[in-house]
Structure formats: C-alpha cells, structure tokens
Design a protein around this ligand. Structure first.
Ligand code: ATP
Length: 378
C-alpha cells in the first residue's frame, strides 16, 4: 500500500489542473475515516482535487468510494478527517456544514429527477429563491450546454436514458457549484449508449470548466474520462494519478492488477534489474531487493511464436474481431494471456514460445500490496 502517497495527484503527461496549482484546490480531503459498526468503510483517505479537473474514484464493490463521495456531499458524517471545498472547511472537528450549504452539485446513479416536473423545472429546482428572469436565463444556458434545447417542456419519462442523464447534469451545474459529484453516473445506460454519453458528459463538464469527482467500478470509464484516478481498495487509496501513470507505473500490485489486464507470475531475483520467471529471464522496471517477487505481465506486451519444441500451449482464445486474447497454459499450470491481432493463426493445443516486450513490473510477495523499493512512485 502506498501509505505515503501524496495528497496531490502525480503529474501526468497532460495536466489540466496544473495551471491553477497555486490556488486552493477545489476539494481537499485529509485523513478521512468512516466506520459502520465494525466495518471500516473509509480508512484514512487523502485527496487533493485541482480546479477544473475530472477525478474518478475507482475500485471494486465495497471499497468505500461511495462513502467518500457521500461524506464530501455532506450526506454522511466522517468519524475523522477534514473536508475542504474551495478553501472552505465544510467538515472537521466541530464543523459540519449541511449539504445544501456546500455549493456542491450531485448526480445520482438513478438521476433522481422529479417525474412530475418538466425538464426546465427540474433544472431550475436548485435556483429556487432567485429572481425569475435569472432562473429562466440560467436554466436556458444549462440546457443549451447539455444540448437539450427543445425538450424543456417534456417530462423525464418522455426522455431517453442519455437525455435524463443530461437533465441531471444540467440540474447539478446550473447553480455553478464548486464541485459536481457523480455516483456511478453511467451505470443505468446500456453499453452502446454509455460510451457516447460518457464523451458528452466529459465535453459538457470541460466546456463549463467544472470540477467534478465521479465514482465508478469500471476501469475503462475511469481511465477514459478522468484526468486523475484514485484507485481504492478496502477503504484506502492505493494511488492517485493520471491514467497513464497508473497503467505504466502502478504503485502497488493491486493497482497493477486492477487497472488494465495483467497476469501475475512468481519470479526470483536474477540481478538488480533481472527476474527469472516461468517464461524466462525478464528485465524489470525497478530494482529488485527481495529474492521472491510477483511479476506483472500485460497481455499486450506478450508475443507468441509457434514452436513445436515449446512446453507452453495455447489453451483458449477469446475473439473480439479487432483483436483477440490468446490464453497460453504453462507447464506448471499458470496462464499467460497475449493480446494479438485479428488473425486466428494459433489454434488451441498449439505449442508456442512466449516473449515479452520491454521491462516488467515486480512487487514484493511477502506483502502483496506493497512495493519495497522506496524510490517507487506512489
Ligand atoms: P459499490 O461500488 O458496491 O457501491 P463502494 O466502493 O461504493 O461499493 P461503499 O458503498 O462506500 O463502497 O461501502 C463501503 C463499505 O461500507 C461496504 O462494506 C459497505 O457494506 C459498508 N457500508 C456502506 N454504507 C453503509 C451503511 N449505511 N451501513 C452499513 N454499512 C455500510
């Protein structure tokens, strides 16, 4: 576990939040904790979200991501830690600003639209108490931003899932909140629609220069949508980084396996940057100090060559058209997958030689969540 992970995200190749790094972050979470009975739902989470950025909280079911979001929104009370939104402490010792005073917009999984209100009135809901002309102008602006002009007078039930999502988004941003929080915002959409709506939502949030944090268990969603991803497990953040950093420099074995595809083989140290594995001696990204390590193999880095003398055989093929995932069984039973082009040139049972491109990531096996190399990023 990268327990000394910085509260600030790692620098990535493009850094939309970096330009405003000197101003207060849109969201600053320190030492956040939450227990439900004996369950530790959130266990010391630090998070610093730059303004104008999109952050994903990514992790398996039950890792605590929704609880973090709910505490930031003010819908749940932390047991410890502080939450600061746009420079204002909203939660901490003796401080508990109610949700409606936090200047936060919320988009729920089921959108939570009012079925008896028209689209325009749903969006205008958060503007209650403001002059009518302002309400109308801001509602119209928000509906334009989400591309819903023309359906103002419809009711939510007369809209597609994607349109309802956009209404929910318009309602969340119409008040110009410091932060928009989205809880599994795409999970109610079918797979085809999801990719399109995801792109739309990203464009809308960008156009509005809106800081947003969303929760997802879908790594593809997190990697494709967010500038920064906080990978969570068991109530803790393993790594908070740009998607590319998570993928190319995972701080822990959990991140390496959870983000992207990976097979893990047992390895033995053969040199400072060399490891012996069941598929041969491989160069490593980081120096190895332990004798036994876990070696992470990415399917796209694996090359297969038919070789009648090879002890490994093709044991399965998942064919996707644009590419395929070819499973190879090693003599001792381990499986390594290779992501290969569309040509079905290696059938099941064919002996193959395995080669791996580039250096591999290794992790200490005595503590599978940890990397013993102090120079490793985190
Ligand atoms: P999912 O993707 O399934 O929603 P999650 O990562 O968002 O999962 P949380 O919903 O934050 O996880 O839950 C974290 C842990 O806290 C889980 O073990 C969950 O069962 C527990 N938990 C969450 N809310 C409550 C509650 N109100 N009462 C009791 N336990 C809860």
């Amino acid at each position: 576990m990268a327990s000394d992970a910085p509260a600030r995200p790692d620098d990535g190749p493009s850094d939309p939040g970096g330009a405003s790094a000197t101003s207060a972050p849109a969201l600053d979470v320190r030492g956040l904790e939450k227990r439900f009975g004996t369950t530790v739902a959130v266990d010391g989470v630090d998070l610093e979200v730059p303004r104008g950025s999109l952050t994903a909280l990514l992790g398996p079911s039950g890792c605590g991501k929704t609880t973090v979001l709910r505490m930031v929104a003010g819908l749940a009370d932390p047991d410890a830690g502080t939450i600061t939104i746009d420079g204002t402490l909203v939660s901490g010792p003796g401080v508990a600003v109610p949700p409606e005073k936090r200047n936060v917009g919320l988009v729920f999984q089921d959108y939570a639209l009012f079925p008896h209100l028209t689209v325009a009135r749903n969006v205008a809901y958060g503007l209650a108490g403001r002059p009518r002309a302002e309400r109308e102008r801001r509602t119209a602006d928000a509906l334009t931003l989400v591309g819903l002009e023309g359906v103002e007078d419809r009711y939510p039930t007369a809209l597609s899932g994607g349109q309802q999502q956009r209404v929910a988004l318009a309602r969340a941003i119409v008040t110009r909140p410091d932060l928009v929080l989205l809880d599994e915002p795409f999970s109610n959409l079918d797979a085809t629609l999801r990719a399109a709506v995801r792109e739309e939502v990203r464009t809308i949030l960008r156009d509005a220069d809106q800081t947003a944090v969303f929760v997802t268990h879908d790594q593809e969603e997190a990697l494709s949508l967010a500038d920064r991803v906080a990978v969570m497990e068991a109530g803790r953040v393993h790594q908070f980084a740009h998607p590319q950093t998570l993928y190319t420099a995972p701080a822990t074995r959990f991140v390496a396996e959870f983000v992207g595809e990976a097979d893990v083989l047992a390895g033995t140290r053969a040199g400072t940057y060399l490891v012996d594995t069941p598929i041969g001696r491989l160069p490593t990204v980081r120096p190895i100090s332990q004798r036994h390590v876990a070696v992470v193999i990415r399917p796209e880095s694996v090359r297969l060559r038919a070789d009648p003398q090879a002890p490994a055989v093709v044991s399965g093929i998942s064919y996707f058209g644009h590419d395929q995932l070819t499973q190879v069984a090693l003599p001792a039973g381990e499986v390594v997958r290779a992501r290969r082009g569309p040509q079905l040139d290696l059938e099941r049972g064919r002996p193959v030689r395995i080669e791996v491109d580039g250096p591999v990531h290794t992790f200490d096996v005595t503590d599978p969540g940890a990397d013993t190399d102090p120079s490793a990023d985190g």
